[in-house]
Design a protein around this ligand. Structure first.
Ligand SMILES: [Zn+2]
Length: 399
């Protein structure tokens, strides 16, 4: 096993994530490792292959569904576009007629903002369906399928990639390819989850699959330096609950450089990051104890009546696996994603959210970081007498 950032083989096992399987993968990578020579944190993926990972993302697209983004996602995207534009200006580059490539452009909302800001844009999106959506909705150039430099038309003035790199099998090769695709002095904008500020107040493990790689500002800076990028700007962002990305992230704005200003080239975050993660685990355990109390109260309120869980994602499989339901089993799970309706999660059938009224269930436990308020409103619109409790959100009117 080798560190992707510094190629060292001096790797230490830190701990195993608590979850061993999800509805999307039976045996998920869960061992958290750290490189002693640079401090990069990553999951041990030695039991799966790069092809397995590709198949996983082809069969289950867990990202934004095609269609409109909710307002908070949109404002987050506007802010990202503004950050790139202001940094280009700050570092002596304009926007007009600059060619920008976004890798992992999702719905195309951000790509279109770049387009409206004056860039000539091109997108790459792993999901062919999403790429088609970008071409149709925004009439922008977008390549569907894995990142393949062969199909692109370099050189670019700027490459943007937002919360993509942590999912990738070999991020260093991808960053090296970005370097090749940029013209001399071209700019790179990256955003990834911040391994220095892991969020403890969520049920799933912060370091859980699908994120394979976890960087601090300094370890990603080291990777960038080693690929010929000079880090110009760094920003740490605490995303809002409804941002679609409810965790601490950081951004890096870098320039294809000449080796000058490579201040991260020799950093080692090992001691620091190991301490950060030990503290995180303590806080996470305390948080989970509080969730257990909420579940106990929900079950007491439901009495002998059947109850359901709403959302069949990672949060719910974690919820079912990690918490004590006093021997009671949900009658079913509801989810708005057609792709998982009809499947089972921990042996419990998942039904599409549009069928709620067909079931004799009046107690719902919501389990999703992003959408508890809108699902609460949806259920109440079906029957104001439903009892709806949130795992993450408290609804005071539920008494
Ligand atoms: Zn390393």
């Amino acid at each position: 096993m080798k560190c992707n950032t510094c190629a060292s083989s001096d790797i230490e096992f830190l701990f195993s994530n608590s979850l061993s399987s999800t509805v999307r993968m039976d045996d998920i990578p869960r061992d958290v490792m750290i490189c002693r020579d640079c401090g990069q944190v990553f999951l041990d993926v030695s039991k799966i292959s790069e092809a397995d990972l590709g198949a996983y993302y082809t069969n289950f697209n867990p990202f934004e569904v095609p269609g409109a983004l909710v307002e908070d996602h949109q404002s987050a995207r506007r802010e990202q576009c503004g950050w790139v534009v202001s940094n280009l200006e700050k570092h002596g580059a304009g926007v007009k007629s600059q060619r920008l490539l976004e890798v992992g452009c999702g719905t195309g909302f951000l790509l279109n903002l770049f387009n409206e800001a004056g860039f000539g844009v091109e997108g790459v999106e792993f999901s062919a369906k999403m790429a088609e959506n970008v071409r149709k909705v925004y009439e922008l150039s977008c390549h569907g399928g894995g990142f393949n430099p062969e199909v692109l038309s370099p050189p670019y003035d700027c490459i943007a990639s937002v919360t993509v790199l942590e999912h990738v099998w070999d991020p260093k090769s991808m960053v090296a390819a970005f370097h090749e695709l940029l013209k001399d002095g071209g700019f790179l904008y990256l955003e990834v989850p911040d391994a220095e500020f892991p969020r403890a107040d969520m049920i799933p493990d912060h370091l859980a699959f699908e994120h394979i790689h976890h960087w601090t500002e300094r370890t990603l800076g080291r990777l960038l330096n080693s690929c010929g990028f000079e880090v110009l700007e760094v920003a740490h962002i605490e995303n809002a609950e409804d941002s679609g990305n409810p965790e601490a992230v950081f951004r890096i704005f870098a320039r294809k450089g000449n080796g000058a200003g490579d201040c991260y080239a020799a950093v080692n975050d090992y001691e620091h990051e190991k301490a950060v993660l030990a503290d995180f685990r303590k806080r996470h355990d305390a948080y989970r104890a509080a969730i257990q109390t909420k579940i106990r109260k929900f079950l007491e309120d439901a009495g002998d009546e059947p109850f359901a869980i709403y959302c069949g994602g990672l949060h719910t499989s974690s919820l079912l696996e990690l918490f004590d339901f006093a021997g009671r089993t949900p009658a079913c799970i509801f989810d708005g994603d057609m792709a998982i309706a009809g499947r089972e999660l921990n042996g419990i059938r998942i039904h599409h959210g549009s069928t709620v009224a067909e079931h004799p269930i009046r107690h719902f436990l919501l389990s999703t970081t992003n959408h508890e308020r809108s699902i609460h409103a949806y259920l109440k619109s079906i029957d104001a007498g439903y009892r709806v409790a949130g795992i993450y959100t408290d609804f005071p009117d539920e008494g």
